[in-house]
Design a protein around this ligand. Structure first.
Ligand code: NAD
Ligand code: LMR
Length: 340
């Protein structure tokens, strides 16, 4: 396919691993926050993702330049730029998949929850617009704190009378990508064959890699298992520290976000067996939202595969994260209930 050819040309052959290979360019995909550190490289990847007929870029600034730049790439997707609330309707109308990386990133010393004050209202406003203009689209939320922004989006949808929440996802794909990379590195495996499910949420101890279910099967002694689990949980902070004030993960997140969007397109096109972990409304734990492996189809979540069989250590990690997860969910729900 063209994607494979381009990946060979650019040396990005790894992308061929799991990005959509559907040949039909049928779908409108929108990126909200398209001018940012994640938004720009993710839009670049989406511009070369088969299946994308129209890439609609929205931000409060710099969108015309990003759109003009990307529109010169010789791939099928038409690119349009939309700036500010007056233009969001045009951006979202007819959208099949919306990816949302709008909002501020962490600086060293901050938790993801410290971003709530700024990002909660950004996500509430954008969710309101999605509920109005594209209530049936896959909504893929990257903006932190994901453990609160997903409940905010769902509450805003319900307020707007949209009660089907089977297509609202908190994107935790970066946790899976990191787990795959770290486990493959530790075990000397071909990373393209490694798959580690990650359950729970997307912040610190709520990130729970299920290494006992890794494909292929791997074993670590308890000390090594705890060390790699902690590294996965703190990987975002590792990048925040390394960037030293210049933001958080952008390039790996762009990769992860484009990969999740490609799975959404595969699901929409009727491909069988599309499985992704994501943070969604769920009855699979003692919290209202929880990330587990999901089978995706044209209507969103087709089935929730749940946590599967966990080791005693993983069970203890789930138990430990529940209070934090419940508090973050409640904070998001209450914010949305009071938001006009
Ligand atoms: P950034 O500051 O580089 O970019 C954010 C963009 O959002 C900017 O272009 C800004 O203009 C735009 N924006 C702000 N308010 C907006 C609004 N109301 N409507 C539309 N656009 C708006 O930040 P970044 O590094 O791209 O990170 C974005 C978010 O993603 C942060 O909240 C960060 O914490 C989060 N993040 C999540 C994950 C994850 O795994 N889910 C990974 C990395 C980063
Ligand atoms: C990540 O995991 O990299 C993101 O959630 C950004 C952050 O603040 O760590």
């Amino acid at each position: 396919t063209r994607l494979v050819q381009m990946n060979k040309m650019t040396g990005l052959s790894v992308l061929a691993r799991s990005f959509s290979v559907s040949n039909q360019s049928n779908y409108k995909v929108s990126v909200l926050g398209a001018s940012g550190g994640i938004g720009q490289p993710m839009s670049l990847l989406l511009k070369q993702t088969p299946g994308v007929k129209h890439l609609a870029l929205y931000d409060i600034a710099h969108t015309p330049g990003v759109a003009a730049d990307l529109s010169h790439i010789d791939t099928a997707a038409k690119v349009t730029g939309h700036t500010g609330p007056d233009e969001i309707g045009e951006c979202l109308t007819g959208c099949d998949v919306v990816v949302i990386p709008a909002g501020v990133p962490r600086k060293p010393g901050m938790t993801r929850d410290d971003l709530f004050t700024t990002n909660a209202s950004i996500v509430a406003e954008l969710s309101k617009a999605c509920a109005k203009y594209c209530p049936k689209a896959f909504i893929c939320i990257i903006s932190n704190p994901v453990n609160s922004t997903v409940p905010i989006c769902c509450e805003m949808f319900k307020k707007a009378g949209v009660n089907d929440l089977g297509k609202v996802f908190g994107v935790s794909t970066l946790d899976i990508v990191r787990s795959n990379a770290f486990v493959a590195e530790a075990k000397g495996l071909d990373v393209s064959s490694v798959n580690v499910p990650v359950i729970g949420g997307h912040a610190g101890i709520t990130i729970i890699p299920v290494i006992s279910q890794c494909q292929p099967s791997v074993t670590f002694d308890q000390a090594a298992l705890e060390a790699i689990t902690t590294r996965i949980q703190d990987a975002g902070t590792e990048v925040v520290k390394a960037k030293a004030g210049a933001g958080s993960a952008t390039l790996s997140m762009a990769y992860a976000g484009a990969r999740f969007a490609a799975s959404a397109l595969d699901a929409l096109s009727g491909k069988e067996g599309v499985v992704e972990c994501a943070f969604v409304p769920s009855d699979r734990s003692d919290t209202k939202y929880f990330s587990t492996q999901l089978v995706l189809g044209p209507n969103g979540i087709e089935s929730n595969l749940g946590t599967g069989k966990l080791s005693a250590y993983e069970e203890s990690l789930v138990a430990a994260c529940i209070p934090e997860l419940q508090a973050s969910i409640k904070k998001g729900e209450e914010f949305a209930k009071n938001y006009n």
